[in-house]
Design a protein around this ligand. Structure first.
Ligand SMILES: Nc1ncnc2c1ncn2[C@@H]1O[C@H](COP(=O)(O)OP(=O)(O)OP(=O)(O)O)[C@@H](O)[C@H]1O
Ligand SMILES: [Mg+2]
Length: 223
């Protein structure tokens, strides 16, 4: 029912990791979740081959600009949450996906290069909104940040973005081995074990906060 797309033209920003965190936590909570792998590299499909996938999760690959709109429509009729993991570029396919989304999430690592790409992505979203006459709710979230402090560059970028009216999620995704562990061990955060990755409890708490904020935001946007 709710469609969330992860988008930024910056490669390696945390789209796939964000998709996996959001998707696996929701599925572990019992929600029906469909992950759509809209990246030609098919990272989610590769993950799905060996992973211990929660029973309420489905993963769909091989989407193209020809079928992405229909795929999102079809899956959102079947699942409570559809999460689209996009490739790191602004093209027809990403345009169609974000126009079909209730919320667009943009991961941002605290560096100028990443901030430039996030700004480019936000402009693309605004253009898509104008041409489709639809509202395009988007939020930036900090990705792969240190747990204990906010760096000077993060503070400066955050201030610039906020001055430009760009909104951030409050929850930040911290750099944690456990988030890599979802892919490395093919397990959800719930099923990973303490001897596989350090600070598992902190990672679970971080993921839960992120997911709770996304759910609350989706509810708010629906009203
Ligand atoms: N919070 C995090 N903690 C630890 N590692 C992370 C975190 N977020 C991302 N990574 C790692 O950074 C790399 C890039 O992340 P990811 O694949 O999620 O980015 P992406 O935006 O999907 O990249 P692409 O543009 O290639 O699709 C991966 O190796 C991933 O494991
Ligand atoms: Mg990716």
């Amino acid at each position: 029912m709710a469609v969330v797309s992860m988008m930024t033209t910056k490669g390696g920003a945390g789209k796939t990791t964000g998709t996996l965190i959001l998707g696996t936590v929701l599925a572990e909570q019992g929600a029906s979740v469909c992950l759509i792998d809209a990246d030609p590299n098919q990272p989610l499909m590769k993950w799905a081959k060996d992973a211990n996938i929660p029973p309420s999760m489905t993963i769909i690959g091989d989407v193209t600009e020809e079928n992405i709109i229909e795929t999102i429509e079809e899956q959102s009729a079947k699942s409570s949450f559809v999460i689209v993991d996009l490739e790191g570029s602004a093209n027809l396919s990403t345009g169609y996906a974000i126009t079909s989304s209730d919320l667009i999430l943009i991961p941002l690592q605290p560096s100028k290069l990443d901030a430039d790409e996030a700004a480019k992505t936000l402009k693309f979203i605004v253009r898509q909104g104008r041409s489709s006459g639809k509202e395009m709710p988007a939020r930036v979230f900090w990705s792969r940040v240190p747990a204990a402090y906010v760096t000077r560059s993060a503070r400066d970028i955050g201030t610039q973005f906020e001055e430009a009216g760009i909104r951030f999620l409050e929850a930040r995704i911290v750099e944690r081995e456990a988030f890599k562990g979802i892919v490395n061990f093919g397990e959800t955060l719930e099923k990973l074990a303490d001897d596989q990755v350090p600070s598992l409890e902190n990672a679970r708490a971080n993921a839960a906060m992120f997911v709770a904020e996304v759910i609350a935001l989706l509810k708010e946007l629906r009203q």
